[in-house]
Design a protein around this ligand. Structure first.
Ligand SMILES: *[C@@H]1O[C@H](CO)[C@@H](O)[C@H](O)[C@H]1NC(C)=O
Ligand SMILES: CC(=O)N[C@H]1CO[C@H](CO)[C@@H](O)[C@@H]1O
Length: 578
């Protein structure tokens, strides 16, 4: 029996050995890596599709020997008591993750999403098992290795040449699938995941096959596969065209193939060249023209929705490349403008020293107007400024990042459910200026937002709209299981070591898990100001990919996925820093 067991063990190890080569990324490989998968059969393969506009020479992946500053706080020894509390909390996060995962397995296996209220399933991102692809690395990190290995096996049957939707979102496919496979490979070293990443990347590469090599961001895959002509879009969101860089750069590093770096470098060069030419120099408008490569005309500017990860990726590219003067300059120029033009201090009842990041409008160079809006989505900005501040040695950015993060924490605590709404407005004080709480001012601002004349009864509006003090309107009351607030709380914790952030994270987690829990998993909330409001039948893959991962990691030992070894893409997939 023992001998048999030993033989089985030996065989298992041999089998593993075929797939697992964790050292591949950095030292073993000197020639480009090609997947094992053959494309010489009769099936359709994206790689076999002839390029209409081939590239004559590739931009090279830059090499840097710079030693970047340490990002993480130098954590000291933890007491037994502290460890006990932390581990108890982490176990609770893991329990929620396991519950959602089992439910997905039982009711929605290999679909994109579980529908958490009805226990059914839906396809929302190409029909290639988005939740599975997106959650693999979380399973690995949370030490659910059996679930991870089962997931990888199942994934091998997902065929990226099978298209269930006509049009796909290139950005979403890149950050969720490509990013998910790269991170799962970077963590596990399982080569089959790298092959899967390349399979997705070969498909996405065809979206770049346009006359000026700018990608089509909302891309008709069926037409592309049929060889129809392609042109880049005339109105594309900057977040969608501007945040493909981290994923393709990491793929270029792992495979030693410049092709993957070249395709995103062409985009980022355009952003770099035109950064000073917009109405608010330093920032880019929300929508740009990829066909004419005009990235400067437009009048809406923000760090929030539809632009967000364009900015987020600037310091992250700096980290991934091990330093880069181009990305350092782009980040610094963008932030000095954004801090001036979009960040504001809101007037709040406890006079808390917090900041929010709003939007700016400018139809003339040199003139701009602040729209004092808050969004859950822009809560990532605090973490970005803290990370960028560490990497580029700017303490002011770290302080601003903390105040922006405190703004998100404050907003969570202000609502009846202890969860921040999607979109709302507050009254701005102007950066740096003192502004003591003034109830009369707040009420007149509420009336103004509600388009009522100043003689109307503000208390009625406040009651009817269920506005917590300080909020002047709430235009989207949902909480859709988003990660951005805990993302910044996590980053700030790892960067500053402040234990108060763990307490705040725990408070967020208990409220979120309490109010979003369903019979099957967790669901989006329709109204965070009303405990009796119904839930939506939706659990996007970022819940298990991002939100629960960051909650798990803030209660882990600080060297699990250290920020000095990894950089997270905008879907919370950690890529190994060279
Ligand atoms: C930090 O950033 C701010 C605003 O972006 C800038 O004004 C300041 O000069 C920077 N400080 C350092 C030390 O680079
Ligand atoms: C509204 C609500 O339920 N808030 C709770 C959030 O969680 C903390 C504990 O972590 C409670 O003290 C709050 O009452």
């Amino acid at each position: 029996m023992v001998v048999l067991a030993l033989i089985v063990l030996f065989l298992l190890q041999k089998l593993d050995f075929l797939h697992f080569i964790p050292s591949l990324p950095d030292n073993v490989q000197s020639t480009p890596y090609t997947p094992e998968q053959s494309v010489d059969d009769d099936r359709f393969h994206w790689k076999k599709l002839p390029l209409r506009y081939p590239v004559s020479s590739y931009a090279h992946l830059p090499k840097s020997n710079a030693k970047l500053p340490q990002v993480q706080h130098a954590f000291g020894h933890e007491s037994t008591e502290e460890a006990t509390i932390r581990q108890k909390r982490q176990k609770e996060v893991k329990r929620v993750l396991q519950r959602c995962w089992s439910s997905y397995r039982e009711h929605a296996w290999l679909s994109d999403e579980l529908a958490p209220v009805t226990g059914s399933k839906k396809d929302t991102f190409g029909g290639w098992a988005a939740t599975l692809a997106d959650t693999l690395d979380t399973l690995w990190i949370a030490d659910l290795k059996d679930e991870f290995h089962d997931g990888v096996e199942a994934l091998l049957d997902i065929d990226f040449t099978k298209i269930s939707q006509g049009e796909i979102n290139v950005f979403e496919t890149t950050i969720r699938y490509l990013g998910g496979f790269i991170a799962a490979f970077d963590l596990s070293g399982d080569r089959r995941l790298l092959d899967k990443a390349i399979e997705v990347a070969e498909m996405l590469y065809i979206a770049f096959d346009t006359p000026n090599r700018m990608p089509i961001t909302r891309w008709n895959v069926k037409d592309a596969a049929a060889g129809k002509p392609q042109l880049a879009g005339e109105g594309v969101l900057v977040a969608e065209i501007g945040s493909l860089s981290l994923e393709f750069t990491r793929l270029a590093q792992i495979t030693r193939n410049d092709k993957w770096y070249d395709c995103i470098d062409r985009i980022m060069q355009v952003f770099d060249r035109q950064q000073g030419s917009s109405n608010i120099p330093g920032m880019w408008p929300l929508v740009v023209n990829a066909r004419t490569q005009d990235f400067a005309s437009g009048d809406h500017f923000t760090l929030a929705a539809m632009a967000d990860s364009l900015y987020e990726y600037l310091p992250k590219m700096y980290a991934l490349l091990g330093g880069s003067s181009m990305y350092a300059k782009m980040y610094e120029d963008a932030m000095s403008t954004a801090i001036q033009e979009t960040v504001f201090k809101p007037m709040v009842p406890d006079n808390a020293d917090i900041l929010l990041s709003g939007n700016a409008r400018s139809d003339r160079r040199g003139e701009s107007q602040l729209q004092p809006q808050g969004q859950h989505l822009v809560c990532y900005a605090g973490g970005m400024l803290a990370l960028g501040g560490r990497l580029l040695k700017n303490e002011t950015h770290i302080e601003l990042g903390r105040k922006l993060t405190d703004g998100c924490i404050w907003t969570y605590e202000a609502t009846p459910l202890g969860i921040m709404p999607e979109v709302f407005d507050m009254m701005p004080c102007g950066l740096g200026s003192k502004c003591p709480w003034d109830e009369a001012k707040w009420k007149s601002s509420v009336l103004e937002k509600a388009s009522q004349d100043s003689g109307a009864d503000a208390s009625e509006v406040i009651k009817h709209e269920r506005l917590p003090p300080g909020f002047t309107s709430i235009s989207d009351r949902r909480y859709i299981l988003r990660p951005e607030a805990i993302e910044s709380v996590f980053l700030l914790y790892r960067i500053t070591g402040d234990p108060l952030l763990q307490e705040k994270a725990w408070q967020m987690f208990t409220n979120i898990s309490k109010y979003t829990e369903t019979e099957f998993a967790n669901a989006a909330l329709r109204d965070v100001t009303d405990p009796s409001a119904p839930k939506d039948d939706s659990m996007e893959s970022f819940w298990t990919a991002e939100t629960l991962k960051y909650f798990y990691l803030i209660f882990s030992e600080p060297d699990l996925i250290s920020l000095d070894k990894f950089v997270f893409n905008t879907e919370a997939h950690p890529f190994r820093r060279p």
